[in-house]
Each structure stands twice: as structure tokens, then as C-alpha cells.
Design a protein around this ligand. Structure first.
Ligand code: HEM
Length: 496
């Protein structure tokens, strides 16, 4: 009897201690409130939702999913083994990039990025830390310093005049505007950053297209990293390696050409090679760092500005009212001039608004590269778990009806009397990103898009080929571009 009593007392005592302990734990660690998200399947998670809409670009699919399953513009989802959070609301983007920027400054390295971009040794993909800081500083001081940016305008001017000569010779004929603007931007970037257009530029551009396609593709190895046995069967690795070998050969040649003439050069590549030989930096710049920088300047600098200019032309063709207003502004501002000078661009506020509106409707990087959460963090009341990948949907921020009136329409006037800029302080408008990793080439990129447009409108009238209804479908890549090239017919005009 006494034994039974002791046993029951012991069980009661134990239950009491367990109850106390659970209560204490509940108090000490409040339950985490994770962002809401769609119901997921075992193993694949939400992959089926992305696959069922495979025709749509990822930023559209994510934008729709957040509207349906998210709350306050934030949603959690799972793709295979990868846990991710997507943000579509300016308020959440502000908290992430302003209050918690340091927690989210390291970008995720995909298989394609690791292989093609030299293990992320350039500025864009290197993890946040001293190495990135040092490289970004050299990038900003040597490529984008005030003196260089001024000298780039004369490079731009000369290259635009080559384009104009080509267009005059094609008067009345169909011109592939996408291709021509792509060549123009690559020449501007090559001459500005590498001192000249290097041998093999055309092949490099071809490979950039291939890289662009590969970066926009789903890769089994990225979402099921632990299923190594299946990687050789289901991954794009072979295609990635093939593109890497071709690009690497061209980049090696660029570096060789620069090494041979090192004393006479002072472009970014020469500076990096000199730094590599001199040593003395806290974290050394290696041969692969230089290769990574060459590839990222060429790809990031060329594709983004080119696609902005092409989308702006497309939107103007689709909106004849805007085209007529922008053309009238350019022709009025430069009446009596034979050619436009770079410093004249300040006299084109409406055309600037056209480019800003283009960056809102068609941000070249609509989903900022996934950033890895460094430690569990609460953002706008939701817990973002450690190691989750965080994506900011810049395209959706630019269409939030709480911030933008009639967001689906192309209305450059909305920027005319507005103080909104793209410097990363207005979280409903982040075409160049924000926080510490904001694009360092934003001024250069904007000018590279604006100036050719001014010339195209000043010197030519434009029309669509007969029967063309201007398909505006987008396609994923390094930058989101038009799926079909823009084809237009120029007619030179003679103003006096
Ligand atoms: C219209 C033109 C351009 C657009 C829309 C654009 C957009 C962007 C965006 C969205 C990012 C990511 C920012 C983030 O993750 O928060 C970025 C990063 C970057 N961009 Fe641009 N960009 C343009 C032109 C350029 C040019 C001309 C260059 C160089 C010549 C350049 C070099 C870079 C680099 C190096 C980074 C990585 C910065 C870092 O991670 O620290 N971009 N750009």
C-alpha cells in the first residue's frame, strides 16, 4: 500500500515538474510565427506550383503566389530541400534592407554561378566580408570614379554615332533593334572597362546568351543538393561546363592582351592585374578574381542597360502618345543642333521619366539574387529561419497598388513631379537593388540606356513592320529581356 502511494506521489511530482518545465519553456521562447505559405507536397515541396506555370517568368509566378497565400506581402515556400521566403511588399523590403541588411547580405551560390562566375570571386557573388568590401572599393574607385564616368560619355558618344551610321544605311528597312543595342552596349562596356573591344567579342556575346539561359533554368542539383547520385542525370552541369570552357578561353586571352601592354594601360583590368602582382592587400586578388570581374562587368553591365533601352523603345512603340511626347521634347531641346552632346541629356526630363517608368515596369533584375539568412530574424512580426533563402520581388514592389496608381499602365508622367529615385531609399522602387549590395553601376547604367534613346528619337522616325502586334512576353536570364527581338523600321529625318 505504502509502495503504491509512494509511486503515485512520484508520478504526480514528475508530472508537476514536467508541466512547470513546459510552462517555463513556453514563456522563455515564444512560439515562432513563420510567414504563411502554400500547402506543400512531401519531398518536392511547392515545386509543382512553379512547374505548372513554367511558361511564366518566375517573378510573375511568385507575385501571384504571394497574393494568394502570403500575408502582408511575405510568403514562405519550399523547393525540394531549399526553404525560401519571398517579399513583395515595400514595408517588408524596407525592414529587410534597412534594419536587417547585414543579416541578408550574402547571396546564395547556385551551381551555375559557382562554375561560371569563378566560385563567386567577383563583386556580385562573393560573400559579404573583407574580400567583397575590398573588391567593391577597387571597382568603384577605378571603374566608376568621377573622372572615368566623364570620359565614358565620349566613348558612348562615339559608339552611338557608329550605330546611327548603321541605321542611316538601313533607312526604310527592317532593323533588329535588340541586336543593335546589344552590340552598342557591349562596345561601350568593353571600351570603358577593358580599354578596347577585345578579340572574340561576338563569340563572347553568344556565350553570354547561353549563360543567361542557363541562369534562368531550374537545376536539380541546386534544389536537391544532397541527392548527389542523381546530379549527373538531372543537372545542367555538362552544358554549364561547356559554356564555362568557351568563356574562360576568351577571358584568358583578354588578360593575356592586357598583361602584354600593362605599362601603357590604366583600365580596371590593368589595375587589378597590377594589384595582383604587387600583392600587399589584406586578401589577395587572384587570377580567378580578375576573371570573375571581367565576366560580371560584361554580363551585368551589358545586358541590364541594353534590355532597359529595348524595353523603353518597345513601350514607346506601344504607347504612341508617349513616343510623340518624348520625341517632341528631344527635338525641341536640340532644335538647330546637328548632333546631341552628352551634357545635353539633362534637358530631357520627360525622356528620363520614360526610362524610370521602364525600370518600374520591366526591372532588368526583377528578383534580387537570393540572399541567405545569417541568423534567425524576426521581420515585420514573422520569423525568417536561419539559412532560408530570401528573394525580394522588385517587379511586384513596382506594381503594389498601395503605392502606385494604375500600376499596370505605362505612365512616365508619374515620375515628373515625384521625389522617388532609384538610390535604394524608396522601397517601392528598387530597380538597382538596395542596402549594402546596391548596384555600384547605377549612374553609368542609367546613362547608357538614356543617351542612345535620345539619339534614336532625335534622328529617326520609327514604325513597326506591317502586321506586327508587338509581343511583350518576357524571358528569364541574367536580365529579363523580351522573348522576341524588337524589329523596327527607321526613317532618318532632317531637322533644321
Ligand atoms: C540599367 C542598368 C542596370 C541595372 C538595372 C542594374 C541592376 C542591378 C541590381 C538589381 C543589382 C543587385 C543589387 C542587390 O542585390 O541589391 C546589381 C548589382 C550589381 N551591378 Fe548592376 N545594374 C545595372 C548596370 C550595371 C553596370 C553598368 C555595372 C558595371 C559596369 C553594374 C555592376 C553591378 C555589380 C558589380 C553588382 C554587384 C554589387 C554587389 O553585389 O556588391 N551594373 N545591379
Amino acid at each position: 500500500m505504502e509502495v503504491a502511494f509512494n509511486f503515485i506521489s512520484f508520478v504526480f511530482f514528475l508530472s508537476f515538474i514536467i508541466l512547470l518545465h513546459t510552462q517555463w519553456r513556453k514563456k522563455a521562447k515564444p512560439r515562432r510565427k513563420l510567414p504563411p505559405g502554400p500547402w506543400k507536397l512531401p519531398i518536392i515541396g511547392n515545386l509543382h506550383q512553379f512547374m505548372s506555370d513554367s511558361q511564366k517568368p518566375t517573378h510573375h509566378v511568385l507575385g501571384e503566389l504571394v497574393k494568394k497565400y502570403g500575408s502582408q506581402g511575405i510568403m514562405k515556400f519550399q523547393i525540394g530541400e531549399i526553404s525560401a521566403v519571398v517579399v513583395s511588399s515595400p514595408a517588408v523590403a524596407k525592414e529587410l534592407l534597412r534594419s536587417h541588411d547585414l543579416t541578408f547580405t550574402t547571396k546564395q551560390q547556385f551551381l551555375a554561378i559557382k562554375t561560371l562566375f569563378y566560385n563567386g570571386l567577383g563583386v556580385s557573388f562573393s560573400p559579404h566580408g573583407d574580400y567583397w568590401r575590398q573588391l567593391r572599393k577597387i571597382f568603384a574607385m577605378e571603374l566608376l570614379n568621377a573622372k572615368n564616368v566623364r570620359s565614358f560619355s565620349s566613348i558612348r558618344h562615339d559608339e552611338i554615332h557608329c550605330l546611327l551610321a548603321h541605321l542611316r544605311s538601313s533607312s526604310g528597312q527592317l532593323v533588329n533593334v535588340t541586336e543593335r543595342i546589344g552590340l552598342l552596349m557591349s562596345s561601350i562596356i568593353c571600351k570603358s572597362a577593358f580599354g578596347k573591344v577585345f578579340t572574340g567579342r561576338e563569340e563572347f556575346l553568344e556565350q553570354i546568351k547561353e549563360i543567361s539561359e542557363l541562369l534562368g533554368k531550374f537545376d536539380f542539383a541546386d534544389v536537391f543538393p544532397s541527392w548527389k547520385v542523381l546530379h549527373s542525370l538531372c543537372s545542367n552541369k555538362n552544358r554549364i561546363m561547356k559554356a564555362h570552357r568557351k568563356v574562360d578561353r576568351i577571358i584568358e586571352n583578354i588578360i593575356k592582351e592586357h598583361r602584354e601592354k600593362l605599362e601603357s594601360g590604366d583600365c580596371l583590368i590593368d589595375v587589378l592585374i597590377t594589384q595582383m602582382h604587387k600583392g600587399g592587400l589584406q586578401l589577395p586578388i587572384t587570377h580567378d578574381s580578375i576573371k570573375g570581374v571581367i565576366l560580371e562587368i560584361f554580363s551585368a553591365g551589358t545586358e541590364t542597360s541594353a534590355t532597359t533601352a529595348v524595353w523603353a523603345m518597345s513601350e514607346m512603340m506601344k504607347n504612341p502618345r508617349v513616343l510623340a511626347k518624348a520625341q517632341a521634347e528631344v527635338r525641341e531641346a536640340f532644335r538647330g543642333k546637328e548632333k546631341l552632346e552628352e551634357e545635353d541629356m539633362d534637358e530631357l526630363p520627360y525622356l528620363k521619366s520614360v526610362v524610370k517608368e521602364t525600370l518600374r515596369c520591366h526591372p532588368p533584375v526583377p528578383l534580387l539574387f537570393p540572399r541567405e539568412c545569417r541568423e534567425e530574424t524576426v521581420v515585420c512580426g514573422y520569423t525568417i529561419p536561419f539559412k532560408s533563402k530570401v528573394l525580394i520581388n522588385v517587379w511586384a514592389l513596382g506594381r503594389d497598388p498601395k503605392y502606385w496608381e494604375d500600376p499596370e499602365s505605362f505612365i512616365p508622367e508619374r515620375f515628373e513631379k515625384s521625389s522617388i529615385d532609384f538610390m535604394g531609399n524608396h522601397f517601392e522602387y528598387l530597380p538597382f537593388g538596395g542596402g549594402r549590395r546596391i548596384c555600384p553601376g547605377l549612374g553609368f547604367g542609367f546613362a547608357n540606356a538614356l543617351s542612345p534613346l535620345a539619339h534614336l528619337l532625335f534622328h529617326f522616325d520609327w514604325k513597326l513592320p506591317p502586321g506586327d502586334t508587338l509581343d511583350m512576353t518576357e524571358i528569364n536570364g541574367i536580365a529579363v529581356t523580351r522573348k522576341n527581338d524588337l524589329l523596327l523600321i527607321p526613317t532618318p529625318i532632317h531637322l533644321c
